[in-house]
Design a protein. Structure first.
Length: 607
């Protein structure tokens, strides 16, 4: 959600901060600001709106070599100039940026008010900077630690002070933070994309760690003053991967990257001729996986839809009872975790707050905790007992596309890995894996129908309500297609199991209402044809995603997008692609901000 950038070195900080903040725009935000600390005070410039608005009010003569910057996604207090970060203490000597939520801010605010502190904003963050200021006794690092011991909630913070110019103190708990190590300089950030232009060498902070950064070096300790030795790690992404590369939008780029992304995801992991899968990240827990009695997949949003495909895969291939839980519900409903339960957390960013909390709850109750994430060094990746990285490359567009495909591909490999160790024959596994390896080329052929998908969007763009229907493995795809349409084009859409349409939603169907059927050949094909007839008889406009060579459906649908044939458990990897393209073109035609849809954020680090 919110983004943090900080710089300490010998170069002017302002250009580096602005560049870093622009790299973080994809995370979602509503205001932005920067702060610089000098011996005579702290200078803060901030504004509501895009970074381009901030750029118009900046003082470009600013030559400070230490500074912090922030993009805010509003939680406490309306998005406006006043509530934007950085926040100052009453004396104007401290500035702070913050990602996360201070849960006990009201009590702290009341306490500080009793001491005479006057608050200027409606944010929970101002409470923290005022508290640090009250506790300051000549050492910024120690005052930050004292303040954080009084805080409940999540935070990634960076603080500068006129008392100690040239120093940034930062800390994290539940909100990501890393330090890029350059040549005589350090760049603090909440996301690796903000520092890739300058260095690939990073130090990842763990929960409840504090780092003091100056140009002479860094010192990392816990909030309780225990020294921590950190290893420098290397970011696996390149700067080119987070550039548009000639595409109009990151979402379109990432849709078209799916063939290459899935090849990278599967590379070195599949030996189809032998029917084997090698997943190094779970090798140490292979015995526990083989003996699993129950699997719980927990996730949010698009990752939850991938998990729903995973439920079908694990029950089909592994024959283990499996359920999918919304992470935001799982952590609060006193879940039953018995011996032999595996909890698998799915998250593109690896920082999703609800999913991270659900994982902690599962581990506390004794479950084997696995992760399927895309970002190396992320919170969930570090908290799991074992896991599998997607390796699909950075995903910048807020609406997830290639990460969804990567999640489904990893779940398919994991299901085959476990199934082979339980009851799945070598021949069955070989057939499954050979089909999985063909998926990237098959997606490439679907992408050649981009213009046809655009035509579907153009023909239906004026309709305010869409319905997406699928059965079996295609039900999660219906949910994902509906989500894509509404989150970037702001058209209301609903995804349902096709059989459930007649239990109420069929009342919504009116003349020319777009109804998207994922109607590929499979065990329930005859049933989905019947559902299409039900919609046709009520005047709905049928859009079908069908298997190549299916001529029957062309007589029933107003528009058809064909996808190659594959095994039914793998069909979601193909059928989702036309729905991604239709949603993309609908958003463009409606002049929406495709990569930065309103009110949404890429990495949801608050509840």
């Amino acid at each position: 959600m919110c983004g943090i950038v900080g710089y300490v070195g010998n170069r002017p900080a302002l250009p580096i901060l602005i560049e870093g903040l622009k790299r973080l725009e994809y995370r979602g935000y509503d205001s932005a600001g920067v702060a610089f600390a000098g011996a005579d005070g702290v200078t803060v410039t901030k504004s509501k709106g895009r970074i381009s608005v901030l750029e118009h009010v900046l003082d470009y003569s600013e030559d400070a070599t230490t500074g912090i910057g922030h993009t805010r996604w509003a939680t406490h207090g309306a998005p406006n100039d006043l509530n934007a970060h950085p926040h100052l203490d009453s004396a104007g000597q401290l500035a702070l940026v913050h990602n996360g939520i201070i849960e006990n801010y009201a009590a702290l605010r009341q306490y500080l008010t009793s001491l005479g502190v006057e608050f200027k904003t409606d944010t929970d963050t101002e409470v923290l900077v005022q508290l640090i200021s009250k506790l300051y006794e000549g050492d910024l690092e120690q005052s930050v630690k004292k303040a954080l011991k009084e805080v409940r909630g999540t935070f990634g913070i960076a603080v500068v002070s006129s008392h100690e110019p040239g120093v940034i103190v930062a800390a994290r708990s539940g909100s990501p933070l890393l330090v890029g190590v350059g040549d005589g300089e350090y760049i603090l950030a909440s996301d690796a994309s903000a520092i890739l232009a300058h260095t690939k060498q990073v130090i990842y902070l763990e929960d409840n760690e504090v780092v003091r950064v100056c140009k002479d070096g860094i010192r990392t300790t816990t909030i309780d003053n225990v020294p921590v030795t950190k290893e420098i790690e290397e970011i696996e992404w390149t700067l080119e991967q987070i550039e548009l590369g000639g595409y109009e939008h990151f979402m379109l780029k990432e849709i078209f990257e799916q063939p290459a992304a899935l090849r990278n995801c599967m590379r070195g992991r599949i030996i189809s001729s032998e029917g084997t899968v090698h997943l190094g990240g779970i090798a140490d827990v292979s015995r526990e996986l083989t003996r699993a009695k129950r699997i719980i997949l927990t996730a949010c949003g698009t990752a939850w839809h991938a998990g729903l495909v995973g439920e079908y895969l694990f029950e089909d291939l592994v024959r283990v009872p499996t359920e999918v839980e919304y992470a935001s519900e799982f952590r609060y409903r006193n879940p039953i975790i018995e011996d032999g339960t595996i909890v698998l957390a799915i998250s593109q960013s690896g920082e999703t707050s609800d999913t991270s909390a659900a994982l902690r709850e599962a581990k506390q109750r004794g479950a084997l905790a696995l992760g399927v994430v895309n970002v190396v060094g992320s919170s969930i990746a570090r908290a799991t007992d074992a896991g599998v990285f997607l390796h699909v490359g950075p995903e910048i567009g807020v609406a997830s596309t290639k990460a969804f495909s990567g999640q489904v591909a990893v779940l398919a490999m994991l299901a085959c890995y476990m199934g082979r160790r339980r009851h799945m024959s070598q021949g069955a596994a070989a057939e499954f894996l050979e089909a999985l390896e063909r998926i990237p080329d098959q997606i490439s052929s679907i992408l050649e129908q981009n213009d046809a998908c655009k035509a579907v969007a153009e023909a239906n763009i004026n309709q305010d309500n869409w319905l997406y229907l699928g059965r079996g493995y295609q039900y999660p795809v219906a949910l994902e297609g509906a989500l894509k349409l509404k989150e970037i084009s702001y058209i209301h859409a609903e995804g349902l199991p096709a059989a459930e349409m007649k239990h109420g939603p069929i009342a919504l169907i009116t003349d020319d209402m777009p109804v998207v059927f994922i109607a590929t050949k499979g065990t329930q094909y005859a049933k989905i044809i019947g559902n299409i007839e039900e919609v046709r008889s009520r005047g709905g406009r049928v859009i079908a995603v069908a298997t190549e060579g299916d001529t029957q459906i062309e007589k029933l649908a107003d528009s058809v997008i064909h996808v190659p044939d594959t095994l039914e458990p793998l069909q979601p990897l193909l059928s989702v692609v036309p729905l991604q393209l239709i949603a993309y073109h609908a958003a463009v035609l409606r002049d929406c901000n495709v990569d930065k849809p309103r009110n949404l954020a890429k990495s949801v680090t608050v509840e």
